[in-house]
Design a protein around this ligand. Structure first.
Ligand code: ZN
Ligand code: ZN
Length: 372
């Protein structure tokens, strides 16, 4: 039996590079050879045991690769050797939820998220892509792996915060937390036509990146209450849309306090425990506010659209990829990413280690003083 290298979840705080069987595609599936992938904050939650997945699962949900094998009947639509990305969310396109337009909830609550959650993921040499016709998105020839590697999850998710917030031209927007997803939400607010974009984070390095990517104002909670400053900047009203990109009670609450009556809180964070909406920030339930949540939109058409934004130079997210590692060096990569060392934003992982010198690194965005 042919085998491949993969990073396997072994239980709380334990991952390991192992040799596992190389997969073959069944009907409707494709197998891609992973050329580039990355680590997401959600993977950190999984490894720390804060989000349950089965031990033995291959993690990772941000695949860039080359078609290696196609299930029966798919040759008509794709060819071996084609470069593709696949969204972190892989909708089937057939079920109740997909046909009602909520693809990320494919099959039931958060069901569209399968890679590294309910099926084997992208931290491997090869990946089985389910419902391949709905999910394999060819990469335009002009684009490199690095230019598209944030499309499967981070860019799609961050941008969706701006889209779900229904930002209109001239809106004032605050984005709480400027990690990779918050930064992409800042980019999204700019693309959607916000006039005033306020980035909030306690990390000065990340605030500097936010300014570069479109924030007019950068607020550090260490320097004072961001909500009162946001009110001051918006004639006492609050912003039209606040995007929450961290998943904590404090940022959720600040985002709620920061929106004007009739405004929208667009939430992207992954929460745990109990989430509380204080009654006065909620105008006792009479404030005409909207609270919306979004799970990363996936599927090949979403991926095509995001890649055209990169291709036509509406966005350039390559500066968010700050570190590079061979997949074999996953432990070191995970340590750097999960502890936010060296100004890390996103790390690129290369399963084909021979192509990349071991743990090649680049300069990060600046010193990290604490986790935001
Ligand atoms: Zn993710
Ligand atoms: Zn579905």
């Amino acid at each position: 039996m042919e085998t491949m290298k993969a990073v396997v979840f072994k239980g709380k705080d334990r991952i390991a590079v192992e040799e596992v069987p190389k997969p073959t595609p069944r009907a409707s599936e494709a197998v891609i050879r992973i050329t580039t992938t990355t680590i997401c904050g959600t993977d950190v939650h999984i490894v720390r045991g804060e989000y349950p997945v089965k031990p033995g699962l291959i993690l990772g949900h941000e695949p860039v690769g080359i078609i290696e094998a196609l299930g029966p009947g798919l040759e008509e639509f794709y060819s071996i050797g084609q470069r593709v990305i696949v969204g972190a969310i892989t909708p089937c396109g057939q079920c109740f939820y997909c046909l009602n337009g909520v693809h990320s909830q494919c099959g039931g609550g958060t069901g569209g998220w399968r890679f590294g959650n309910t099926i084997n993921g992208a931290w491997a040499e090869y990946l089985v892509v389910p419902d391949a016709r709905a999910n394999l998105a060819p990469i335009p020839d002009a684009l490199s792996d690095d230019e598209v590697m944030l499309c499967p999850d981070i860019f799609s998710t961050g941008l969706s915060g701006a889209e779900s917030g229904n930002i209109r031209v001239g809106d004032a927007v605050a984005v709480f937390a400027q990690g990779p997803i918050g930064l992409c939400a800042t980019v999204g607010a700019k693309l959607k036509g916000a006039s005033l974009i306020i980035g909030v984070d306690s990390n000065a390095g990340r605030l500097a990146v936010a300014r570069r990517l479109g924030a007019n104002v950068a607020l550090n909670p260490k320097d004072g209450d961001p909500v009162s400053e946001i009110k001051r900047l918006t004639d006492g009203r609050g912003v039209d849309v606040a995007i929450e990109a961290l998943g904590r009670q404090e940022t959720f609450e600040s985002a709620l306090r920061a929106i004007r009556p009739g405004g929208t809180l667009s939430s992207l964070g992954v929460y745990s425990g109990k989430l509380v909406a204080p009654y006065e920030a909620f105008y006792a339930g009479l404030g005409d506010q909207k609270i919306v949540t979004t799970l990363c939109p996936g599927g090949k058409e979403r991926m095509r659209r995001l890649m055209t934004m990169v291709e036509h130079r509406r966005v350039d997210l390559t500066s968010l990829v700050t570190h590079r590692f061979a997949l074999d060096d996953i432990e070191e990569a995970f340590d750097v990413f999960s502890h936010q060392r060296d100004g890390v934003l996103k790390v690129a992982l290369y399963p084909d280690a021979a192509r990349v010198p071991r743990a090649r690194r680049e300069v990060g965005v600046g010193a990290i003083d604490e986790q935001c």
